[in-house]
Design a protein around this ligand. Structure first.
Ligand SMILES: [Zn+2]
Length: 304
């Protein structure tokens, strides 16, 4: 049973929006491609896991704090007798290990994912101990991409290779597990500790001025939207969206990129490139936001 579903990370969303609104420098474009590949790999893993009949409690994409350190977990399974923690990697191509260092065959070094997993395991163990839970933890590094190969890997690493995935999931499927209130409680504690505002791993550089303004089509990211009375129609792909939803989506993008800026009707009018009048924008904002102040300098904060 999936208790916490996976959504795109804030980092991926920021990079996607920037990619629509400016030309990304090569390094950022590459990082975006890697983020997309990573997310796709995680979703592939989720799909495989969903097919398992077992009654595990599944928590995806947890961002926790343990011992004053940030702990990010791709997937966590709570079973009767243990917790399984997964780090999912979408590496593609050939890699090799040399004296604990990992490289692509091109010679480019990559961060040792086993060390990363060990660090996460240590922090999770510590957190569970602080919460007075004494459950054994088993960790796995999952290589989900079938086009991945690793040379010189010792046999004792906690790795599941693409060619072992079928058997791995079969074994999970065959494990008996009975979940009780104690496990449910732990799952809910972990969710309550999840921190949404984790710092981004890599922060791209951007300014408000350089970004293209306007509303982007929800389906194809085109700016070519025609505003009807209560809908916007994408002239590129034909997608139809309620004007409310399009404007509020655009406000979300603004908030994500500029958390320090205040939401005002003129600001959103400009950001949406005048898709509707400031009066209409105000009406739409009031559906999900509360107006603070009533003068010209009033601004809006999201309803709780
Ligand atoms: Zn479109």
């Amino acid at each position: 049973m999936v208790i916490k579903t996976r959504v795109e990370s804030r980092e991926l969303m920021v990079y996607r929006i920037l990619n629509s609104r400016k030309v990304l420098p090569f390094k950022d474009a590459l990082h975006l491609a890697n983020l997309e590949k990573g997310y796709e790999g995680e979703r592939l893993f989720d799909e495989r896991l969903r097919k398992i009949k077992n009654d595990w409690l599944v928590l995806n994409d947890l961002q926790l704090e343990s011992n004053n350190n940030n702990l990010q977990i791709d997937s966590l399974l709570i079973s009767e007798k243990m917790i399984l923690m997964f780090e999912i990697k979408s590496y593609e191509g050939d890699c090799y290990i040399e004296e604990d260092n990992w490289y692509y065959t091109s010679g480019t070094e990559i961060q040792n994912p086993v060390l990363q997993l060990e660090r996460s395991e240590f922090l999770l163990r510590r957190l569970l101990r602080d919460l007075s839970y004494n459950i054994p933890i088993k960790t796995y590094l999952i290589f989900i991409n079938p086009d991945f190969h690793l040379y010189n890997a010792p046999r004792n690493l906690p790795i599941i290779y693409p060619t072992q995935l079928n058997r791995f999931f079969d074994n999970l499927d065959n494990m008996q597990t009975i979940i009780n209130e104690h496990h449910q409680k732990l799952a809910h504690i972990l969710i309550s500790l999840h921190k949404k505002d984790f710092p981004l791993n890599k922060i791209p550089k951007y300014t408000y001025e350089e970004l293209r303004k306007g509303v982007i089509c929800a389906a194809c990211s085109s700016f070519n939207l025609e505003s009807k009375k209560s809908f916007v129609v994408c002239e590129n792909c034909g997608n139809l969206e309620k004007i409310e939803s399009a404007v509020l989506r655009n406000v979300d993008e603004f908030r994500l990129l500029f958390p320090e800026k205040k939401i005002t009707t003129t600001e959103i009018f400009e950001w949406s490139k005048g898709i509707k009048t400031t009066e209409t924008i105000q009406k739409i904002l009031l559906k999900e936001f509360v107006q603070i102040g009533s003068t010209k300098s009033s601004y809006y904060v999201k309803k709780k």
